[in-house]
Every structure is written in C-alpha cells, then in structure tokens.
Write a protein that binds this ligand. Structure first.
Ligand SMILES: C[S@@+](CC[C@H](N)C(=O)[O-])C[C@H]1O[C@@H](n2cnc3c(N)ncnc32)[C@H](O)[C@@H]1O
Length: 234
C-alpha cells in the first residue's frame, strides 16, 4: 500500500513494535499500512461515524487483517480500555478537536508512551495542551502535498514544558532538525500574520492594540527564524 506524503509521515512517527490506536481512522489506511508492513503488532481503528468506520472495515478486509485490527465505533478515546494500546494517533482533525479529545480522554492516556498528532489547524493549541499536561514533544515533522504543508507532532510523557510561547506556534524540533520544509511553512505563517496585522490595523477598535503588538512581535520572531533558515544552505 502506498500512502500520501501526509499519511506516510504520520506512520513514520509510530514506533516499531507498538500497539496503536488510530482515533478517527476514516479510510483506515494508517493501521493497515502499519500492520501490513510489519511495523506494528496490533491496532485499534475507531471512528465516531459508522460510514467512515465501514470504509475502514472494507480496507482492512481487503488486506485480510481483520484478526490484527479491531474496529470500534465511538467518540474519541472513549473506545479504549486502559493499557490496551501504547501509542495513539489522532490525525486529520482540527487542533481544537484534538485538544478536546485528549482532555476528555485523560484516563485512557494512562500508560500511553507515544502520541502522534496531526492537527489540520490550530497546531499551537495542541502544543500548548501537551506542554501544560505532562507531555514533551519528542519529534516533529512536516509533509507537503501540493500547496499544503502538514505538521505532525510526536509526544511522550515528560515534564519539560515549552517555556517560550513562540514554540507553540512553530515547533522547536523543526528548527533544531533544520527541516527542509520549514521555510515553506514559515512563508505561509508570515502571510497569515501579515493578513491578521492588516485586519487589526483596519479595525482600529478598542482592544486591538494589544493583539496588534502581539502579532507584530510574532512576525518579528518568525522573520528571525526565516533569516536563520536562509543561512542553513550556505
Ligand atoms: C478528515 S478525517 C481524517 C481521517 C484520517 N485520520 C486521516 O488523517 O486521513 C477525520 C475523521 O475523524 C472522525 N472523527 C471526528 N470526530 C471524531 C471523534 N470525536 N471521535 C472519533 N472520530 C472522530 C471523522 O468521522 C472522520 O472520519
């Protein structure tokens, strides 16, 4: 099975030999790829909707993996029994929803060694939640599909919180590992911040001054990292 760059980058973050749950599995490609390739021993594939879960069941059946991948219908981490998996993947959902699922599923997180999260937006919300709730970000990567760039965050239990809120926005690991797609992500962020700043300048309402200062600060930090990246190849 060949995965798209996004799904392939997510699968690469799952530790070999783990027992994994893919929450919001939809097509089921992640667990099927992991099991079929021998990277993972057993998996749970869940979805809150029956349509996507049936889709996953079809893919699992076609690959003859019904005995290794259990499908479950249900909301977020509620489908998991304590201790039955050691790795949880939550991908392709908004950052707020991922944060809410983690928050609501605290008891299911007991004993989990690795979280692999791929928020479609609001990545800063996910990094902040992890940092404030006893998780360390142990790795990050990026995947590009046409003009979109996806951020994939791996975390494990740990007590080294992110001290600098700038790194909620841009994963520190991406800078440290000089990820080749980081300049592309930063350009997108720069456009986003400039748009927000232009909007705030137009609004001229009470209360916008502080946000304007905040985004101007963020833009300056971002440009500092862009400058750093421009020197990597030289
Ligand atoms: C856009 S798809 C992403 C599928 C796959 N994880 C991926 O990254 O390609 C999001 C899936 O999450 C499911 N979903 C949304 N909210 C959920 C929840 N609270 N619990 C479990 N699954 C959920 C949706 O039904 C949908 O199938």
């Amino acid at each position: 099975m060949r995965l798209t760059p996004r799904l392939s980058a997510i699968a690469a973050m799952v530790p070999g030999g783990s027992v994994v749950a893919d929450i919001g599995t939809d097509h089921g490609y992640i667990p099927v790829f992991l099991i079929a390739g021998g990277k993972v021993r057993r998996a749970v594939a869940s979805d809150v909707k029956i349509g996507p879960l049936d889709k996953a069941r079809g893919v699992i059946r076609r690959h003859g993996l019904e005995d290794r991948i259990e499908t479950r219908l249900g909301n977020g981490l509620e489908v998991l029994k304590p201790g039955e998996v050691d790795t949880i993947v939550i991908a392709g959902m908004g950052g707020m929803l991922i944060k809410d699922l983690l928050e609501a599923g605290r008891s299911a997180l007991e004993g989990i060694k690795r979280l692999v999260l791929q928020p479609m937006n609001a990545q800063e919300v996910v990094r902040e939640w992890l940092s404030r709730n006893g998780y360390e970000i142990c790795d990050e990567t990026l995947a590009r599909e046409k003009e979109r760039v996806y951020q994939i965050i791996a975390a494990m239990p740990g007590e080294r919180p992110i001290e600098d809120p700038f790194y909620f926005e841009i994963g520190k690991a991406l800078i440290e590992k000089r990820h080749p797609l980081l300049p592309f992500l930063l350009e997108k962020k720069e456009k986003e911040y400039k748009k927000i700043i232009a909007g705030l300048n137009r609004a001229e309402q009470a209360g916008t001054a502080e946000r304007l200062r905040e985004y101007t600060r963020r833009l300056a930090r971002l440009r500092g990292v862009m400058e750093q990246c421009s020197k990597w190849s030289t």
